[in-house]
Design a protein around this ligand. Structure first.
Ligand code: NDP
Length: 617
């Protein structure tokens, strides 16, 4: 909690009268709410979906098991993961001239996140024109500003078709091990189908949100009713489809645990269909206006070459706090910066100290969140429910949500918000749940409790990677990842990592994957063009990057320390070594993408050792 000394020290740039609220009091309230939620067990509060819980990760969508012979062949590149990252890497590797690129994917099709997350109401929460990758290459414009999951899954299949990714793909296949063979300078990729595939290059895009997590609530194993995780939606039980109309729930009492970005999208459909719905909330999400709309065909027809990259960059600059003449996306994600622009005079920031800018930003954040809280009051009729739905933390402490039907759902007579005031569900019993000392008997519990984020890389991937000196990646990264630009690590030649490791993270995650895929293709092409077959980052280069990461990491630390717990701040322990933040480049995505672009433009593959394969000498 802030001491009164600290409070009195803060010299706010505006008075409470000018603002219409007391910023000191609001800051204090945020801290109180955070302290209610801080718990000692951090990430270990969650349960692994293994053993008796493994049914939570079974694939309910695959129509049949794809039968095939084991593969013992060789390809130029293996790409692990058939989501956006994997598709981008494979597409760009093919574009750069590789013929044999094999995507290995656990699901029965391409799509990754969008293969698994088919819950009713699933849609992209970033504007689809910047979220869906390769739109210009595909000549495709999504149907809506925020398009729905079925279109994204279908688009993923079109991308895979377009780039010929089905030809060599191994679907319904999980990698079990990756071992570098020094004698032949190839990766040996083993899978749960008994494959042993040789690959010169490997790109890993396992997905940051690929392992569903369950809360370690006492008695979770004793529940005898129906249960599933949102990323494995059981339509056989609920009826309906991704548009809702869940007829199977007509006579059911349903509980959903969690109120994050996923729950916000499916709760309206559950409320509409279930006989009774109980939403168990630990922390309310910030739920702002969505205002979705169909794509204007005239606008789509008149898009000029390079439009998608420009739009992605424009959004990225704005959400990083930078200046752009025009806000091309112009939605809730960028609004906080529009508010900031209003309270900082033109060019005023140049004369301000860092502290002053930080205080102005905090004020703009308070204003933004005041609007979000006022929106709850204007929609939710019951005053107590409305109060419980108000988020008291800074907007980017958790993933902000945008939805126009979520809050009205609480006006339905069959829907009850069970607010646990930061404590979570107390216990699960044979026929229901206990929260705030009260028992709720239900027929079905749906876990909208998210995915493992703050755990180690190989645990998250589900397989070990053994490098050139027989050393495992887990061992090398015991105290956190060690890479150059988050993409390559010494001792693991010709291996490329994609995702959040030591990288600049944009809320538009596919933008990061896009930059990484270009980088990988550039490095592979550069390696082959120089007549080399092995590219390995030097220890000096990765140590230098780690040093840059360390210097920059502190930038966001104060912000995240003050945030309510969640996966953004490693469940309230932002400085943990393997946490989400230890992976994030503190200078932000604009700076990070520029570093990658400059590195590529330099054209020398700086920091990478190239060698010819011994087997071809
Ligand atoms: P989150 O991790 O965001 O949310 C999990 C929820 O479960 C939180 O509300 C959490 O509460 C709650 N919870 C955990 N344990 C308990 C407990 N013991 N009792 C009660 N509640 C509990 O997962 P989501 O699946 O909602 O979202 C994950 C991510 O997926 C998002 O952040 C976003 O990045 C992505 N996403 C993207 C979409 C897109 O369109 N691009 C759409 C949907 C999701 P608490 O907040 O207190 O921890």
């Amino acid at each position: 909690m802030a001491s009164s000394f600290e409070q009195s020290k803060t010299s706010w740039p505006f008075t409470s009268e000018e603002l219409g609220f007391d910023p000191g009091k609001l800051r204090e309230k945020y801290r109180e709410e955070r302290d209610l939620r801080i718990r000692g067990d951090g990430n270990s509060q969650y349960k692994d979906t293994k053993g008796e819980f493994s049914y939570f990760v079974e694939d309910p969508y695959a129509e049949s098991v794809i039968e095939r012979e084991k593969l013992c062949d060789e390809v130029e590149a293996v790409v692990i993961g058939g989501g956006f990252g994997g598709m981008l890497a494979a597409a760009r590797l093919k574009e750069t001239g590789l013929k044999k690129v094999r995507v290995i994917e656990k699901g029965a099709d391409f799509g990754g996140t969008w293969y698994w997350n088919r819950y009713p109401g699933a849609m992209c929460d970033i504007e689809s024109y910047i979220y869906l990758p390769l739109l210009e290459e595909m000549g495709y414009v999504p149907k809506e500003k925020y398009t729905h999951a079925p279109e994204i899954l279908d688009y993923s299949r079109q991308v895979a078709e377009h780039f010929g990714l089905y030809e060599d793909a191994c679907l319904q296949t999980q990698v079990t091990e990756l071992v570098w063979d020094d004698d032949i300078d190839r990766w040996i990729v083993s899978t749960d189908r008994g494959d042993r595939i040789k690959a010169q290059f490997v790109a890993m895009s396992n997905g940051p949100l690929n392992r569903p997590k369950l809360p370690g609530i006492e008695g979770i194993e004793s529940y005898r009713g129906h249960t599933f995780h949102t990323s494995r939606w059981d339509y056989e039980y609920t009826g309906g489809d991704s548009n809702g109309k869940l007829s199977g729930l007509r006579d059911k009492r349903v509980a959903i645990i969690g109120t994050g970005a996923t729950a916000i999208q499916c709760v309206p459909h559950l409320g509409e269909s279930a006989k009774e719905l109980f939403v168990f909330q630990r922390t309310p999400s910030s739920v702002d206006v969505r205002a979705n709309r169909d794509t204007d065909p005239e606008w789509a027809d008149n898009l000029e070459e390079g439009w998608q990259q420009r739009r992605m960059d424009n959004f990225n600059v704005l959400v990083s706090g930078g200046y752009q003449e025009e806000d091309l996306v112009g939605d809730g994600w960028t609004e906080i910066y529009r508010k900031l622009a209003k309270i900082i005079p033109v060019n005023g920031s140049e004369k301000m100290s860092k502290e002053q800018i930080a205080l102005h930003t905090e004020i703009a954040d308070f204003q933004k969140m005041n609007d979000v809280r006022a929106r709850v009051d204007s929609i939710v009729e019951d005053a107590e429910t409305a109060e419980a739905l108000k988020p008291y933390y800074r907007q980017f402490c958790k993933r902000p949500c945008y939805h126009d039907e979520y809050l009205p759902t609480y006006n339905r007579p069959n829907v009850t918000l069970v607010d646990t005031k930061g404590k979570g569900v107390e216990r699960i019993i044979e026929n229901g749940l206990v929260a705030n000392g009260k028992t709720y008997e239900v027929d079905c519990i749906i876990f909208a409790t998210g995915f493992e984020v703050g755990t180690g890389y190989t645990r998250n991937a589900g397989f070990e990677v053994t490098g050139s000196d027989g050393r495992s990646l887990e061992e090398k990264w015991l105290n956190g990842p060690v890479t150059l630009h988050g993409i390559q690590s010494s001792g693991f030649p010709n291996c490329f990592f994609m995702g959040m490791i030591q990288s600049g993270l944009s809320p538009n995650f596919p933008h990061l994957l896009d930059e990484q895929s270009k980088h990988i293709a550039h490095t592979v092409r550069g390696t082959l063009d120089r007549g080399a077959t092995v590219a390995e980052v030097t220890e000096e280069a990765e140590m230098e990057w780690c040093e840059t990461m360390r210097k920059k990491a502190r930038l966001g630390m104060r912000f995240f320390n003050e945030c309510t717990p969640g996966y953004y701040n490693n469940e309230g322990r932002p400085d943990a070594e393997n946490g989400f933040l230890s992976n994030v480049y503190g200078g932000g995505p604009v700076e990070f993408f520029q570093i990658l672009r400059d590195w590529r433009a330099d054209g020398t593959l700086a920091g990478i050792n190239l060698k010819k394969s011994q087997s071809t000498d």
